[in-house]
Design a protein around this ligand. Structure first.
Ligand code: SAH
Length: 362
């Protein structure tokens, strides 16, 4: 009978050490193997030159290093790239967004999304499951390997991936058990060695998970607020009926107290939906709501999704909204839409083309 191999991408340093101890090796082996995996992008034990023949044989029989595989690559005219990746059972999506000062990889955390925000394509896809640690970390591994080895001919200018945003398909804080170890690997010097200020979790706001996160790790948090009142938020984000604006903001406020990654300010995301949340009164309500929360507000022009009755606010409306918030001395930016031509923008990710409408079941 063939035993199921352990995928080492599922193990953060602590667990990788435990694994080596459990097979009669020293914990130091974890350091060596992590370096091979995350610094050299090596997934072949036979190529790990500082490991004995005997251990190579043992590892080949007990373990594997397996990341999701790329099955399709889409290139936007603005330099954004979207990869459709195949996990062992389903597909997921990862996006690369080059900018002047940083180059960001946007990764997914779940297959489908249970939250069903009414303006988001990911929510129209049936929720299937959480991504495993190896599927989360494997998205980064797969793409960073391409950049490290410069193996993709269609990429003209290879630039260093500087930032990771967990903003793809799914709600990361509903998969906190896998997100935290995956973040450990992103932060670890023997892993990807990314600074905590360059890793962002975008969340619809799950207070108990935010509390848990504050005890376990420190990264940048972005709250998808999208409405100045519970009445509006209930309509566009059903999760608000469970965790209202106040409960989200107060858990974020507590997170800020212990976080260094956020430099004392939380990011608030606000999608601009015509006649829904974008009038002058809404801007004043939002400013008053956020008066006591140290934050940066990111206004996001809504990206079109097929079959939706929403419209993006006009540029004039977005600018008016922006100017009102500015008058309150709030820090506000307007997000530039990227990768729209390949459906790689916020809220356009589905992992597949077929549209499935599903009941909310939180
Ligand atoms: N579940 C997480 C992360 C995934 S969505 C969250 O809610 O934050 C990433 C961001 O894109 C969120 O702010 C989300 O509200 C926003 N978004 C979703 N659909 C969008 C669309 N069609 N246009 C613009 N932004 C969208």
């Amino acid at each position: 009978m063939q035993i199921k191999k352990i995928n080492l991408l599922n193990l953060n340093k602590k667990n990788l050490k435990k694994f080596f101890l459990s097979i009669g090796e020293t914990a130091f082996r974890a350091n060596q193997v992590m370096k091979w995996i995350y610094h050299d992008y090596c997934n072949d034990f036979n190529k790990m030159t500082n490991i004995s023949k005997k251990l190579k044989k043992k590892l080949n029989s007990l373990a594997e290093i397996y990341a999701p595989k790329i099955i399709n690559t889409l290139y936007s005219s603005d330099g954004t790239i979207k990869w459709i990746m195949q996990t062992k059972s389903q597909k997921t999506e990862t996006i690369y967004i080059p900018e002047k000062k940083r180059n960001t990889l946007c990764i997914s955390s779940q297959i489908g999304c249970i939250l069903k925000c009414t303006f988001c394509a990911s929510g129209q896809q049936k929720f299937q499951r959480n991504l495993t640690i190896s599927e989360i970390i494997g998205q980064i591994w797969r793409i960073k390997k391409i950049f490290h080895k410069k193996i993709e001919k269609n990429i003209k200018h290879y630039r260093k991936i500087t930032n990771i945003v967990i903003m793809g398909i799914g709600e990361p804080l509903l998969n906190i058990k896998n997100i935290i170890p995956a973040i450990n690997i992103m932060l670890d010097d023997l892993g990807f060695g990314i600074s905590k200020r360059k890793i962002t979790i975008s969340t619809s706001g799950i207070p108990s998970a935010i509390e848990k996160l504050s005890h376990k790790t420190d990264v940048v948090l972005a709250l998808s607020l999208h409405a100045p009142t519970d009445k509006i938020r209930n309509k566009i984000m059903p999760i608000n009926k469970k965790y209202n604006i106040n409960s989200c903001l107060s858990s974020i406020y507590n997170y800020l107290k212990t976080s260094k990654a956020n430099k004392g300010k939380i990011t608030i995301e606000y999608v601009m939906l015509q006649n829904i949340n974008d009038n002058i009164q809404h801007a004043h309500q939002l400013a008053k709501l956020l008066k006591k929360i140290p934050c940066k507000i990111n206004l996001i022009p809504w990206n079109q999704i097929p079959g939706s009755y929403y419209q993006c606010s006009s540029n004039i409306q977005i600018n008016n909204f922006f100017n009102i918030l500015k008058k309150y001395n709030l820090i506000v930016t307007i997000r530039k839409t990227r990768g729209n031509d390949i459906h790689a923008s916020c809220g356009q990710l589905t992992g597949k083309n077929k549209k499935i409408i599903h009941k909310l079941n939180i």
